[in-house]
Design a protein around this ligand. Structure first.
Ligand code: MG
Length: 384
């Protein structure tokens, strides 16, 4: 059996807010309609996708949706013009379809789980029609003038979803004698006497109608696709006179000190730059210019705390941070645990998400000649 997915996207609905019809609005970086088309482009049973759009939306579709469509030579994606009513649009889609069976889906349901589509496809082997539904679990009332007028028994009631699947020829015949007030394709099929099976729908298969639905859909998508950012940082400071060096927030006694505009904490600078890098926010120098005298001798904790606050304000938490100090001396190992705890405290995360380690450069290069200390760091940020 060959399947055609008909995506009904001709509505002008702007109830969800914004100036564009909701199917052309962005949902977690892609238009609602591109996401909906993708649901069917990922299903092997579907060999053709017919998208029914409003005749005035051709330019919108070409600009916002077409570039995001999958390039699959084995599957046709056809765009046809719909009309004022849903029934007119579905009929246009049916006439453009070549599959023996059709799956008719609302463009405003971009999160339909693959299993729901599979269940509709499978049920069509046993009936000329099948559609997902969810049993009503809330109590139902009839009301008027903000008063409960009657309790409505909910036994045997379902909330209807899409895709609604049919034998294409049977549905076309049903449309020829369709009542004008039919709510959906199941209503038209039933009016023509077709048997329609109910398969299990899904709560995630929500229909985007109002502004709250966009927020809910974004949340569901974020759960499925975690936003992860990775940044790296590198820093060097030169040895100079002194009797201790500040490394990852811990003062380590040494025969020399580190020179720099601030306290020269090379490890903390590398981690801070890694955070700025992950956020695409430049580096320490951009936020705390060395030309500004107020940062002279500053505790580097100020820089790290600023970067951490910036990440938090953008909704990120830390996956982990890994810092490597490169020097011949002082010995880092005895202080590594204290450094790790200090860094974790400043970043508001558990110490097991922070690593501070050290290596020599085998007496090669500037670190090998003990002219200074280098540090590099990697940080992963995760959308909280
Ligand atoms: Mg530095």
């Amino acid at each position: 059996m060959s399947f055609t997915a008909i995506i009904v996207a001709a509505g002008r609905g702007t109830r969800a807010g914004g100036s564009l019809p909701k199917q052309y609005r962005m949902l977690a970086g892609r238009t609602v309609l591109a996401r909906t088309i993708d649901l069917f482009a990922r299903n092997d049973a579907v060999r053709q996708i017919v998208v029914v759009i409003h005749p005035e939306d051709t330019a919108l579709f070409d600009r916002l949706v077409r570039p995001a469509l999958p390039d699959d030579p084995g599957r046709d994606i056809i765009v046809v013009a719909g009309g004022e009513t849903r029934g007119f649009s579905v009929r246009a889609g049916l006439h453009a379809s070549t599959g023996t069976r059709v799956l008719i889906h609302d463009a405003a349901r971009p999160l339909c789980p693959p299993a729901v589509i599979e269940r509709v496809v499978a049920a069509l082997d046993h009936a000329p029609g099948a559609a997902p539904g969810l049993p009503v679990t809330d109590a139902l009332w009839r009301g008027s003038a903000e008063r409960v007028a009657q309790i409505q028994p909910r036994d045997g009631l379902f909330r209807a979803q899409t895709p609604q699947g049919f034998d294409r020829r049977a549905l076309l015949r049903a449309y020829d004698s369709a009542p004008a007030d039919a709510a959906d394709d199941v209503a038209i099929a039933r009016a023509a006497g077709l048997d329609v099976r109910i398969v299990e729908g899904a709560e995630d298969n929500l229909k985007i109608t109002g502004p709250d639905d966009f927020a809910r859909a974004e949340k569901l998508l974020r759960g499925a696709q975690v936003d992860i950012r990775v940044g790296n940082g590198f820093d060097v400071h030169r040895f100079g006179p002194g009797d201790a060096v500040m490394l990852c927030g811990v003062e380590v006694p040494h025969a020399r000190g580190l020179q720099g505009h601030s306290d020269a904490d090379v490890g903390m600078h590398a981690v801070t730059d890694a955070i700025y890098g992950a956020l695409g926010q430049g580096d320490i120098g951009r936020h705390f210019p060395p030309s500004d005298p107020q940062w002279k001798g500053a505790a580097s904790q100020i820089f790290l705390r600023h970067a951490v606050a910036l990440a938090t304000s953008q909704g990120f938490t830390f996956g982990n941070a890994d810092c490597t100090l490169i020097c011949e001396a002082p010995k880092i190992a005895p202080h590594a645990e204290a450094m790790r705890r200090k860094m974790a405290e400043l970043m508001n995360i558990a110490p097991d998400r922070v690593s501070v380690k050290a290596t020599t450069s085998e007496r090669l290069g500037f670190t090998g000649r003990e002219e200074g200390i280098a540090a590099l760091a990697t940080v992963a940020l995760v959308q909280a």
